[in-house]
Design a protein around this ligand. Structure first.
Ligand code: FES
Ligand code: FE2
Length: 341
């Protein structure tokens, strides 16, 4: 099956905190990848397969920044070079496991599986709205959804499902979302925003932001499809006031395979930033919401997998941003069609 994700794109392979002292493996774009930290702290990524037999290097061990295969003991340095074959004195010249460019930034380990030369031309995307700076309270969850990554983008680029899926999270005076104020498209990204009429807070907003039950404030909701790997959403309560309450939902979507996606969900806020109970509250709340999203998305994927005749989805105005995002991803995939991998 032809995949619908581009290779020439930076994807989040891991949260920084996941890569500790041992070998860490994750399947990304249907490739097995092993990662570890060198003594210097720098993360190294290579194909998770020994050159000798089809045995994952991640089942071996690290010795002085080198990976020793757990089967017959072949040893590879951090550049992927085979440097020792225990059963013989010499090493076949030029034998080398494929290594991949890595960029670690703001708590995420970005990985490039595309053409190596192209990686140097562009850095991983900046996470918009200053999310990479200090001054934010953060919580993180890494999970996996058995659905194609574009179904996830589509889901989060159209929040009109909120009233059906999480009515308890919607502010009490709003029963439907206003139409998108704008959808902006650049060559490689899509962004949209919408503003609500002033409303009283939902109970979670009272709990985490300390809003009084009778405070009436408008809300702005904005989202950006930054790249096929990243979606960021910003939710602002009282955008024109003295102290806007900003919540960011940073989501790395990394295809594991055509039908499965790793999700790196980081919730950031500009209020109560050192309050661990607020961090825990938001982590639990978004975890529960994520479970419901997962259930719907996996059901859609199963349905798609079982369809025996092609269907054309009906689209509505609220789907504009998602349709653009699909087109961008498709264009990136088409552009790579003739590239060898
Ligand atoms: S399979 Fe790795 S050394 Fe033989
Ligand atoms: Fe929709």
């Amino acid at each position: 099956m032809r995949t619908n994700y581009p290779f020439n794109c930076w994807y989040i392979a891991a949260a920084s905190e996941e890569i500790k002292t041992g070998l860490f493996t994750r399947r990304v774009l249907d490739q097995p990848v092993v990662m570890f930290r060198r003594g210097t702290g720098e993360v190294v990524a290579m194909e998770d397969r020994c050159l000798h037999r089809a045995y994952p290097l991640s089942k071996g061990r690290i010795e002085d920044d080198r990976i020793v295969c757990g089967y017959h003991g072949c040893t590879y340095d951090a550049g992927g070079r085979l440097v020792d074959v225990p059963s013989q004195g010499n090493v076949p010249p030029g034998a080398r496991v494929r290594t991949y460019p890595i960029h670690e930034k703001s708590g995420f380990v970005w990985l490039w599986l595309g053409e190596p030369a192209a990686a140097r031309l562009r850095p991983p995307p900046r996470i918009p709205w200053s999310a990479e700076e200090d001054g934010w309270g953060k919580s993180l969850e890494v999970s996996s959804v058995r659905a194609n990554y574009l179904l996830l983008h589509e889901h989060y680029l159209d929040l009109t499902n909120v009233f059906h899926m999480y009515p308890e999270a919607a502010p009490p005076d709003i029963h439907t979302l206003p139409p998108l104020n704008e959808v902006e498209v650049s060559e490689l990204s899509v962004s949209y925003s919408r503003q609500t009429v002033p409303t009283r807070p939902a109970s979670w907003e009272m709990d985490v932001a300390g809003l009084a039950a009778d405070t009436k404030l408008p809300r702005v909701e904005e989202g950006i499809f930054v790249s096929p790997a990243l979606h960021v959403q910003r939710y602002i309560v009282g955008p024109d006031g003295e102290k806007p309450y900003v919540l960011l939902r940073v989501q790395g979507f990394t295809p594991e395979s055509h039908g499965a996606t790793h999700v790196f969900l980081q919730i950031q806020r500009n209020y109560a930033i050192t309050d661990d109970s607020v961090t825990g509250y938001l982590r639990t709340m978004f975890h529960e919401m994520g479970k419901r999203d997962q259930d719907v998305l996996e059901t859609v994927q199963q349905q798609l997998d079982q369809e025996t005749r092609p269907h054309r989805d009906l689209n509505f105005k609220a789907d504009r941003a998602a349709i653009r995002a699909r087109r961008i991803a498709q264009q990136m995939v088409d552009d790579e069609r003739f590239v060898l991998r």
